[in-house]
Design a protein around this ligand. Structure first.
Ligand SMILES: NC(=O)c1ccc[n+]([C@@H]2O[C@H](COP(=O)([O-])OP(=O)(O)OC[C@H]3O[C@@H](n4cnc5c(N)ncnc54)[C@H](OP(=O)(O)O)[C@@H]3O)[C@@H](O)[C@H]2O)c1
Length: 242
């Protein structure tokens, strides 16, 4: 990892109790940041150098309170990784509307709440940055992933709008669009040999990504290495979108 790349930064990562979010907080710590990870139900067990704050991204008050608590714990917030997300697999003809509502509530509403309640803290810290976790699925077209794809396309559109609205306050807003990873949601695909072979044969680099490869891309966008980058969506996908 990039030791020291995030030195001195105070970062909040949402949905950090498991999956890619857990790796993002651990790697951000190693790169020198002070980190708050958010959880919805239970914080991870065991000792940790990470501060834990409860936040359900679907509940307005909880997000407002969560960012206020995170700012208090860290003495301010310089950057946020909007990582939390849900995914339901279903053909559109069979869509369960509760899953559709939940996807919109968490993936789209949760991102808007994150921007709404985190940005005042970034502005009072004199700028800063937000990195949203989208997906290569934002492009659409994969049977069964229609609603998930729609929420990720919304995240990318909101990212570009937020970048335009917030540039004058010194706040940069970018997104990463992961392809298939060996952690979190991608793990179930990897564990199914037939699905794994089908998916990896479509990836030009012929393998799934590892969590630290996503961390590196996120850290670039959080760090002083990208001070003139805003409104960008960085594909981290082994070329699968090509
Ligand atoms: N893994 C991949 O291959 C892949 C590929 C492309 C994009 N992504 C994106 O990467 C991000 C992380 O995914 P992952 O693979 O690590 O998935 P994951 O293992 O399912 O983790 C999702 C995280 O989001 C949290 N979350 C869900 N609903 C929430 C809510 N209402 N409020 C607060 N937190 C909530 C979960 O908390 P709980 O434990 O409480 O449910 C969990 O911490 C997601 O945005 C996903 O769409 C992943």
């Amino acid at each position: 990892m990039n030791g020291g790349l995030l030195d001195g930064l105070r970062i909040v990562v949402t949905g950090a109790n498991r999956g890619l979010g857990a790796a993002l907080v651990a790697d951000a710590r190693k790169a020198g940041a002070q980190v708050v990870g958010t959880y919805r139900v239970e914080p991870p067990a065991g000792p940790s150098e990470v501060h834990w704050v409860r936040m359900d991204l679907g509940v307005d008050d909880a997000v407002e309170r969560g960012f206020a608590e995170a700012a208090e714990r860290l003495g301010g917030i310089d950057a946020v990784v909007a990582n939390a997300g849900v995914s339901y697999n279903s053909l559109l003809a069979a869509a369960d509307m509760r899953d559709v509502e939940s996807s919109l509530l968490v993936n789209v509403g949760g991102y808007v709440r994150t921007l709404k309640y985190a940005v005042p803290h970034l502005r009072s810290a004199d700028g800063g940055s937000v990195v949203a976790v989208s997906s290569v699925m934002a492009g659409g077209g994969m049977p069964g992933a229609g609603v998930y794809s729609g929420t990720k396309a919304a995240i990318e559109a909101i990212t570009r709008t937020a970048a335009a609205e917030l540039a004058r306050f010194g706040v940069r807003v970018n997104a990463v669009a992961p392809g298939f990873f060996d952690t979190g949601m991608g793990r179930a695909v990897m564990d199914d040999t037939r699905m794994f072979e089908r998916y990896s044969s479509r990836i030009p680099m012929r393998r799934f990504g590892s969590a630290d490869e996503l961390s590196s891309a996120v850290q670039f966008l959080l760090s002083p290495m990208s001070t003139y980058v805003t409104g960008a969506v960085l594909g981290v996908d082994g070329g699968v979108r090509l």
